[in-house]
Design a protein around this ligand. Structure first.
Ligand SMILES: NC(=O)c1ccc[n+]([C@@H]2O[C@H](COP(=O)([O-])OP(=O)(O)OC[C@H]3O[C@@H](n4cnc5c(N)ncnc54)[C@H](O)[C@@H]3O)[C@@H](O)[C@H]2O)c1
Ligand SMILES: Cc1cn([C@H]2C[C@H](O)[C@@H](COP(=O)(O)OP(=O)(O)O[C@H]3O[C@H](C)C(=O)[C@H](O)[C@H]3O)O2)c(=O)[nH]c1=O
Length: 316
């Protein structure tokens, strides 16, 4: 049981980067449970498979029978990445978000409560805090939860369920809330892959509204390192904000990537705004800085260069 790690959603963007990180930097035995939705990277599973410390199970975390099957083994940790993650899809159809993000978290909490899993990290998001005005201070762990779209409402619901299990059952669970990630293996529906992949083909890139919405970007490997720091030194029942200290407007992100690719602004296509589009996210991560000694190590520009190199290598 000790040294056994259950990763949910490990075929997705952040989960697959986390498995790579943990196989390289630790000696954990890792089981990956993933239902292999459209968002999964099947080729990465073939890359992990030869590693004797890695096991894959196709399964849906919201199904009790799949959780029962995977918890025939016991685990020191579960890190719950599995989720429907794309805001635009949640606006079209919220139901899969409620099923995977809320019911899936519930099933894992039950497995923790029953003792099959000793510790859990719930991978949450800065979106649960809602949106900031230009003059607001960055979100802290004390900022009230105020989600604005069905995706963030489902993640906030899961967080509240976690807090209720911590309070009621003293469940050993930590919540980490991170800002926008970018890097290798992100699904092409998200903004940064859309920019890179469209620009590489000289196709127009949709920019929602005026392009002035702002996000705080973090290179995915830094997020993985933050989660490992939380596993090592985090306190049960606590919430930890993780951020990149790289607040940029969507226009600035697009413009920087176009420049890196040697393309011009004629590729930008202003389109209708996202419904209920959150204006700005920014994370105050002083708690992880001061209690765990974590801070971002990859600048936005450096991370974008690595990300472009990865997408370019995939196209060959
Ligand atoms: N991408 C970001 O910028 C970001 C930022 C902060 C937090 N998060 C959170 O991090 C986690 C991972 O995000 P991502 O961007 O890697 O997502 P993703 O959409 O790339 O991957 C999600 C993975 O989960 C799997 N999955 C979905 N529902 C499942 C279910 N019911 N059972 C088993 N597997 C299921 C999918 O097949 C996929 O492989 C999510 O919980 C998300 O809310 C993401
Ligand atoms: C896809 C797309 C997006 N955008 C805008 C919309 C946002 O203001 C910004 C980033 O959009 P994206 O969908 O990549 O990410 P967010 O909606 O901020 O959400 C992401 O970051 C949080 C933290 C999570 O928790 C989500 O899981 C993750 O998907 O670019 C465009 O202008 N054009 C486009 O084609």
């Amino acid at each position: 049981m000790k040294n056994r790690l259950l990763v949910t959603g490990g075929a997705g963007f952040i989960g697959s980067n986390f498995i790579s990180y943990m196989l390289e930097h630790t000696d954990y035995y890792i089981t990956n449970i993933d239902s292999l939705t459209y968002a999964s990277n099947r080729h990465i599973l073939d890359e992990f498979q030869p590693n004797p410390r890695y096991t894959f199970m196709k399964g849906d975390i919201s199904k009790p029978e799949d959780i029962a099957a995977v918890t025939k083994d016991s685990y020191e940790w579960v890190i719950n990445f599995a989720a429907e993650s794309h805001v635009d899809r949640s606006i079209e159809d919220a139901l899969p978000f409620l099923q995977s993000n809320i019911m899936g978290t519930y099933q894992l909490l039950e497995a923790v409560r029953k003792g099959a899993i000793s510790n859990m990290i719930q991978i949450s998001t800065d979106e649960v805090y809602g949106s900031l005005a230009w003059s607001d201070d960055a979100f802290t762990e004390q900022t009230p939860i105020a989600p604005n779209n069905p995706y963030s409402a489902s993640k906030a619901s899961a967080d509240l369920l976690v807090s209720s299990y911590v309070n009621t059952h003293q469940a050993p669970v930590i919540i980490s809330r991170c800002s926008n990630n970018f890097g290798p293996m992100q699904n092409k529906e998200k903004f940064i892959p859309t920019i890179i992949l469209n620009a590489m083909k000289d196709e127009r890139i949709p920019l929602y509204g005026a392009g002035t919405n702002m996000r705080d970007w973090l290179y995915v490997e830094d997020h993985c390192r933050a989660i490992f720091n939380i596993m090592k030194n985090g306190e049960m029942g606590e919430v930890y904000n993780i951020g990149g200290n790289e607040e940029l407007t969507n226009y600035d992100v697009l413009n920087l990537i176009l420049k890196k690719l040697g393309k011009d602004e004629s590729l930008i296509k202003y389109v209708d705004d996202r419904k209920g589009h959150d204006l700005r996210y920014a994370m105050n991560y002083s708690k992880v800085l001061h209690t765990l000694g974590w801070k971002p190590s990859v600048s936005f520009e450096e991370g974008i260069e690595k990300t472009i190199a990865w997408y370019t290598s995939q196209k060959r």
